[in-house]
Ligand binder design. Structure first.
Ligand code: BGC
Length: 567
């Protein structure tokens, strides 16, 4: 496989809003490329595929934890925040990754699980054995396991309590996730110092920002539910102030699986900003709901709600990631409907969600895959692609927990899908060999050779998006339509008088969730007489009439992105 030679840029473009223009790609080091045949992906392997990612149009990588860890939670159980798991590589290789990404004008975001550590972390070992020592108060200890009864359990399939007993210290410790992941005690100022030190360590190494894992859960209180407590927001303001002061241009992204208003709170206010971005957890399940219900009303509602966010802040839009497709942010009725559509086999469920990849969720329907991506790339916010979804990789629901969708990247039809030269039995997880998604058919090389493959389609849509800054920077206005299956909105951008010269533009986006062709009338008084041109092929479309009405026909599960001309 070869890709066009990368254009060497002197360094990163100095754009304070880079995160709002970027297309992000989530890549797990362990799953991408194994450079030394030990069965695990590694940093050198990832470096070797930066050309591929650049060819695809990726502007920023999000790399889940690669620190020293017993890997009992995919690396989110950190045993040492300043060293790299030897199977994955060395700090020098990480530096090399950052340099080579930056040469391609690609940013690197790393994941920081700060809420908890592994029970193997030295801090925890000292905390259990030496309660009066320097780490004695680093974790949340209690003589009772009945404290904080308002705090829900997140890993409902694995844990019965948020407390576990430590036989050494003879006390209970608090854990929001697995019992081998004790929560750090943010009430202890020494924990703040330790966390700031870690943040500085990686920023000094050149990373462009952090995904702040499980960020709502830093503090607990007797009155609250342990999610977005006021002190958690105070801590984030302090962290942001330090990053802005000492490392301008680097960003913080909140992983806050919360209702709209609560997620927005993690972006802070104009005067007291917190994160630069937050993942849009409320929108994501509603995309999947609309696809099967053939009804756009849930999306219309969530997109019409105005949530004020500070200037410069933005959303991270995603379809799938390394976790289950969480259904925590939908009503019980909708959750049951979604289990029925998307997780008809109980093996497909985990906790309050569905452990499947995008293509199997959408039954490998090309129409649905295109429609879902068209939403991903035009909703307000920056899109995050999960590795392998650009080729429609499958999953393996016979593997445990979320490993179902963390299998090796499928590069070629050769041994181990070109991921590794190891003996197949040695791989950290087997490659997907299912009937429909077998790596001999679903792989990068085959899709490169086929001009109409999903991979080429995704690459094209990424490039169209990037040619229109309105998608990253513009506002949204949802329009009235005559058909319940149709979502229509206008993205508008006034243009910036900056050195980046972003043009002003208005784009009409129309999506049909209907499982048959339909005709729809869209109303927008202020668009009376507006001409329309397709962003992909440049064809002229019928204009809005003088009363501000437009009638379109849409094929099964299809969409249009139309440039709005003079009116
Ligand atoms: C990560 C999960 C992880 C959990 C506990 C999450 O929010 O995305 O993969 O299991 O944090 O660390």
């Amino acid at each position: 496989m070869s890709f066009t030679a990368p254009i060497q840029l002197p360094g990163l473009t100095l754009d304070p809003l880079w995160h709002r223009r970027s297309v992000f790609y989530q890549v797990m080091v362990r799953s991408f490329v194994d450079s030394n045949g030990d069965g695990n992906g590694d940093l050198a392997g990832l470096i070797s595929r930066l050309d591929y990612l650049q060819w695809l149009g990726v502007d920023a990588l999000w790399i889940p934890p690669f620190f020293t860890s017993p890997l009992r939670d995919g690396g989110y159980d950190v045993a040492d925040y300043k060293s790299i798991l030897p199977e994955f590589g060395t700090l020098d290789e990480f530096r090399d990754l950052v340099t080579k990404a930056h040469e391609r004008n690609m940013r690197v975001i790393i994941d920081l699980p700060l809420n908890h550590t592994s029970d193997q972390h030295e801090w925890f070992q000292q905390s259990r054995t030496d309660p009066d020592g320097p780490y004695g108060d680093f974790y949340v200890w209690s003589d009772s396991d009945e404290k904080y009864p308002n705090i829900r359990i997140i890993f409902t399939d694995y844990e019965e309590s948020n407390w576990a007993f430590d036989s050494e210290r003879r006390q209970f410790y608090f854990h929001r996730f697995f019992s081998h992941q004790p929560d750090l005690n943010f009430d202890n100022p020494a924990v703040h110092d330790a966390v700031f030190d870690i943040v500085r360590f990686w920023l000094d190494l050149g990373v462009d920002g952090f995904r702040l894992d499980a960020i709502p859960y830093l503090y607990e209180s007797d009155e609250g539910n342990g999610e977005g407590e006021p002190k958690t927001h105070e801590f984030l303001k302090k962290l942001r102030a330090m990053v802005d002061r000492d490392y301008p241009g680097r960003i913080m992204i909140a992983e806050a699986n919360q209702w709209p208003r609560e997620v927005a709170a993690f972006l802070g206010t104009e005067e007291e900003p917190e994160c630069h971005m937050a993942f849009d957890f409320p929108v994501m399940p509603r995309i999947f709901y609309s696809l099967r219900s053939q009804n756009a009303k849930e999306l219309v509602q969530v997109l019409s709600e105005t949530t004020d966010i500070p200037e410069g802040a933005g959303w991270g839009v995603f379809l799938r990631n390394h976790d289950e497709l969480t259904l925590e942010m939908v009503s019980e009725e909708y959750r049951q409907a979604m289990y029925g559509w998307y997780a008809y086999d109980p093996r497909m469920r985990v906790n309050v969600g569905i452990r499947r990849r995008l293509a199997p969720l959408l039954d490998n329907s090309r129409d649905e895959l295109e429609l879902a991506h068209a939403l991903l790339f035009s909703l307000p916010g920056s899109p995050f692609i999960y590795y392998g979804d650009e080729i429609g990789m499958g999953d393996n629901i016979w593997l445990d927990d979320r490993d179902a969708s963390r299998t090796p990247m499928q590069w070629t039809p050769d041994r181990n899908a070109g991921f590794s030269t190891a003996d197949p039995g040695k791989l950290y997880l087997p490659v997907v060999q299912s009937l429909v998604y077998n790596y001999t058919q679903t792989n990068v090389e085959s899709q490169l050779a086929q001009s109409r493959s999903l991979l080429h389609w995704v690459r094209n849509v990424i490039h169209v998006r990037k040619a229109h800054p309105v998608f990253g920077l513009g506002s949204i206005h949802v329009l009235e339509t005559s058909h319940e299956s149709v979502l229509a909105f206008v993205r508008s951008y006034e243009g910036a008088g900056t050195q980046f010269g972003d043009p002003a533009e208005d784009v009409l986006c129309v999506f049909s969730f209907a499982h048959n062709p339909i005709s729809v009338t869209i109303r927008a008084d202020d668009l009376a007489g507006a001409s329309l041109v397709d962003l992909f092929g440049g064809s002229e479309f019928p204009a809005f009439d003088d009363s501000g009405s437009l009638t379109l026909t849409l094929g099964t599960q299809s969409f249009f992105w139309l440039h709005i001309g003079s009116h």
